[in-house]
Every structure is written in structure tokens, then in C-alpha cells.
Design a protein around this ligand. Structure first.
Ligand code: BES
Ligand code: ZN
Length: 295
């Protein structure tokens, strides 16, 4: 198929850039971002709070990349609801600049009856994914990093109501023939549910890219234990990309059975994971290695 022409090299050969970046990542920064996102009453896709959280994140990312002309933040409007997705594009500098690597997490939260004033901190689900990506962005900006391919970080709107934000974006990219060579989804990274650190979910994902993710962990995070599991359904935004023919992976915080039981409630706060982000840091580091080695 046309998609097979996009199968990228999964060579791991940029240890200097990856290790320099890894050394700058800080769990305290991730925790601070999780806290800021959790402080919104909720981040519902159709509430004023969800809209405000999108505006706040766009401003936060803009501040982080200020002065880097090749890094641009925008908000993506969606048909049908007011919360915008937030996107940071790091323009590629090599001959492969048209090819794009996507790293995503979902911006919205949900709880209870999903009324517009419900308390839905969504600290783990999925402030922890957005915060991990934000730390990767901060390190890339600090290093004035310029990839060969173009890298996009996307905080999706409206995941919790049926992956709607990512579905619109993946559909748009497919129709435009955008050469997306790989997609990584971070959804729930802060709660360590098992002694094994990193769980690679094998359904609605791409087996070859999953092997690359495992190889990245072995190369750069050799102390981490890696396991494999499945959601059994299209449980997060990676499924939107897989459905459109793109290669997606979903490294998760725990086995499916041992995930954070506080999600989708007012109790999904930083307290549930001990007010620290050491587990989330592992996912930020994996995402950084993924972005550099595929970018
Ligand atoms: N973060 C969850 C997905 C998840 C939950 C993965 C538990 C692994 C363990 C995500 O935000 C979510 O809630 N997804 C929905 C489905 C979606 C299509 C609305 C779900 O799992 O019910
Ligand atoms: Zn959820």
C-alpha cells in the first residue's frame, strides 16, 4: 500500500542527542504541569473550563518555545465543540522535513455526570501525558533542537467522549496525504500499578513500531522493566491513527488490570500517585528518545 512506502528506518543511532536530552529531564517540572492542569475545575471538551485549559496550555507551550522560529504553537478548532486541540510543530530541517512524527496526549478530562461544573482533575488521565510531553518540549527548546523530520506534539481535545479530537485530526491528515511516519500516545503515565515499569499495548497499535519502542527502552532506559498487554478496545487516541492507517504505539503506566482506579472521578489527583512524577518521567524520557530517533 501507499502507507508501506512510509515505513521508516527504526535505526537507533543518535545517542549523543538523546542522552544530552535525557540528562535535562526533571520529574519536578512534570509534577508542576500536572498540578496546573489539575487545578482547572475540569477540562471537559464542552465546558468553559476545558476551553480555558486549552488556552492555558497553548500559552504555556508558546512561552517555552519563545524565540525558536522553527517551533510554532497553534490551536486546532474542531467541528462540534468549543475545546481546541493544542499543537506544537517543530519544523524539520533535513531532506525528510515533509515527513512528520506525532507525539500525543489528551487534554480533556471527564468525571461523574460530565456536567459543566463537575470536578474532574484528570491528573493521571491525562494531565500526566500532556505534562510528560511538555517536559520533552521544554528540553528540546533548551537544547535548540532541530530534527530532520518535522515533529508535532498534539494535546487532543475531546478524547473522553469517543476520541473525537484525534479522529478529526487523523482524518484530516489522511485526506491531505500527510506523510506521518509514526505516532506515540501517552495517556496515563504517573501511577505505577505494577513492579514492571512500562507496558506496551499491542492492540490498535503497530507491531514494528512497538518493537522500536521496546528497543528504545532497552537502549536508553535499561533499568526499566517492559511488559505487554492490551486494552481490548480502542481505548485512546492511538486508535484514531491506527484506524487511518498510520503506525501508532501506546506505552502505558501499568498492566490493564492494575491501572489507576481513580480515573474519571474527582479523586484523580496527584495524591493518588504520591504527589510525585517519577513514573511519568520514564514516559517523558521514552518519548524524548522516540522523537529524536524517529525525528
Ligand atoms: N485513559 C483512558 C484509557 C484507559 C483506561 C487505558 C484504563 C487503559 C486503562 C481514556 O482516557 C479513556 O477513558 N478511554 C475510554 C474510551 C474512549 C473511546 C472514550 C475508556 O477507556 O472508557
Ligand atoms: Zn479517560
Amino acid at each position: 500500500s501507499a502507507r508501506l512506502a512510509l515505513a521508516p528506518s527504526y535505526a537507533i543511532d543518535d545517542a549523543a542527542e538523546v542522552n544530552a536530552g535525557l540528562a535535562l529531564t526533571q520529574d519536578s517540572r512534570i509534577l508542576a504541569t500536572i498540578q496546573r492542569l489539575s487545578d482547572f475545575q475540569n477540562r471537559l471538551y464542552d465546558s468553559s473550563h476545558g476551553v480555558a485549559a486549552s488556552d492555558w496550555l497553548a500559552g504555556e507551550w508558546r512561552g517555552i518555545v519563545a524565540g525558536r522560529s522553527w517551533m510554532k504553537v497553534s490551536q486546532v478548532r474542531h467541528a462540534g465543540w468549543p475545546q481546541k486541540s493544542v499543537k506544537l510543530v517543530i519544523q524539520g530541517s533535513g531532506p525528510g522535513a515533509a515527513e512528520t512524527v506525532v507525539l500525543g496526549a489528551h487534554l480533556d478530562s471527564i468525571a461523574g455526570n460530565a456536567s459543566s461544573e463537575v470536578r474532574a482533575p484528570g491528573a493521571d488521565d491525562d494531565a500526566s501525558g500532556v505534562a510528560a510531553l511538555t517536559e520533552v518540549i521544554r528540553v528540546f527548546s533548551e537544547r535548540n533542537y532541530r530534527p530532520q523530520r518535522t515533529i508535532e506534539f498534539i494535546a487532543y481535545a475531546a478524547e473522553e467522549v469517543g476520541l473525537r479530537g484525534s479522529q478529526q485530526i487523523a482524518k484530516k491528515y489522511q485526506r491531505a496525504g500527510k506523510p506521518v511516519v509514526g505516532v506515540l500516545q501517552l495517556d496515563m503515565t504517573a501511577f505505577q500499578g505494577d513492579p514492571t515499569d512500562l507496558w506496551i499495548f499491542t492492540d490498535y497499535t503497530n507491531a514494528a513500531q512497538n518493537q522500536f519502542v521496546a528497543d528504545l527502552a532497552a537502549a536508553y532506559l535499561p533499568l526499566l522493566g517492559v511488559g505487554y498487554d492490551r486494552c481490548g478496545y480502542g481505548c485512546s487516541d492511538h486508535a484514531s491513527w491506527t484506524g487511518r492507517g498510520f503506525a501508532a504505539s501506546f506505552p502505558f503506566e501499568a498492566s490493564f488490570a492494575h491501572d489507576n482506579k481513580a480515573i474519571h472521578s474527582a479523586n484523580d489527583t496527584t495524591t493518588t500517585f504520591g504527589n510525585q512524577a517519577r513514573h511519568a518521567l520514564k514516559f517523558a524520557q521514552l518519548a524524548l528518545a522516540y522523537a529524536v530517533e524517529l525525528g
